[in-house]
Write a protein that binds this ligand. Structure first.
Ligand SMILES: [Fe+2]
Ligand SMILES: [Fe+2]
Length: 259
């Protein structure tokens, strides 16, 4: 199976980039499924049902998220009935939605797990124990297993890569909005990259207006920062996974300017 995974899609510019290009990316890379992180698609925070619908219709097969998933209240009833939008698995018991998707995509049984890190992040349960629990509940026939480790610290993401090496097909990091150049296949066959990077405007500071962010660092009081425009990049990886073993065969990283 060939999977394309797009990092945090931020605000209107990121959303437009995905909507306009997902179909051609699918053809160009001959992929069976396209996943993306959707924690920032609606004005930079969370997602709304109409936006989710638009993205699914454009060709996104499944969306992961992160710490901003519940920033819009409309997402609560939506995530309860949309299994292809997942939220961190290590949120407290009773949190709306699921932290793991297990089902069929492109004719394969596939599992996708979303986790939130704990270093410089809101307090949550231990993602290492949470992912072990999620994996223990999966059907052994779900050979293709993908984990989005949404967190700030590269060390915590790398540790999760080694923790899951040989037990899942792919571990991707998200949240920092800057892509890292360390994509590789770990010793026991898990494809890994520390951060997919943002899909959105790189004209500012991780998706926000540079002037506003500079004020936030230098002036008090300051206003909330707006979103930057221009220099729109789509950042993603393409991974090829052996359907029989679930081991990764290749991982490639891409950064495309789409202005
Ligand atoms: Fe993000
Ligand atoms: Fe985040």
């Amino acid at each position: 199976m060939r999977i394309l995974f797009i990092g945090d899609v931020v605000a209107r510019s990121g959303r437009r980039a995905v909507l306009n290009h997902v179909s051609s990316l699918r053809t160009e890379h001959a992929v069976d499924a396209v996943l993306m992180n959707a924690e920032n698609v609606a004005g930079g925070f969370s997602i709304t049902p109409p936006i989710a619908k638009e993205l699914f219709e454009a060709g996104i097969d499944l969306m992961t998220s992160g710490n901003h998933i519940f920033d819009k209240k409309e997402v609560v009833p939506y995530i309860r009935k949309q299994p292809k939008l997942i939220r961190p698995a290590n949120y407290p018991p009773g949190t709306p939605g699921a932290g793991c998707f297990e089902g069929e995509i492109a004719g394969r049984k596939i599992a996708v797990i979303n986790l939130l890190g704990r270093v410089f992040m809101p307090p949550v349960d231990d993602p290492f124990r949470s992912v072990d629990e999620c994996l223990s509940m999966l059907d052994p026939e779900s050979k293709i297993r993908i984990v989005d480790m949404h967190c700030e610290a590269t060390s915590e993401k790398y540790a999760m890569g080694w923790h899951l090496d040989g037990r899942v097909s792919l571990v991707v990091g998200t949240h920092t909005h800057v892509p890292t150049a360390d994509e590789r296949i770990l010793e026991n066959g898990t494809a890994y990259v520390t951060d997919l990077g943002m899909t959105g405007s790189y004209a500012g500071v991780i998706g926000m207006n540079k002037e506003d962010v500079l004020k936030r660092f230098t002036i008090m009081p300051h206003d909330r920062a707006g979103h930057s425009k221009g220099s729109v990049w789509i950042c993603y990886i393409v991974v090829e996974i052996d359907d029989e073993t679930g081991k990764a065969l290749t991982i490639e990283r891409f950064r495309k300017e789409v202005n």
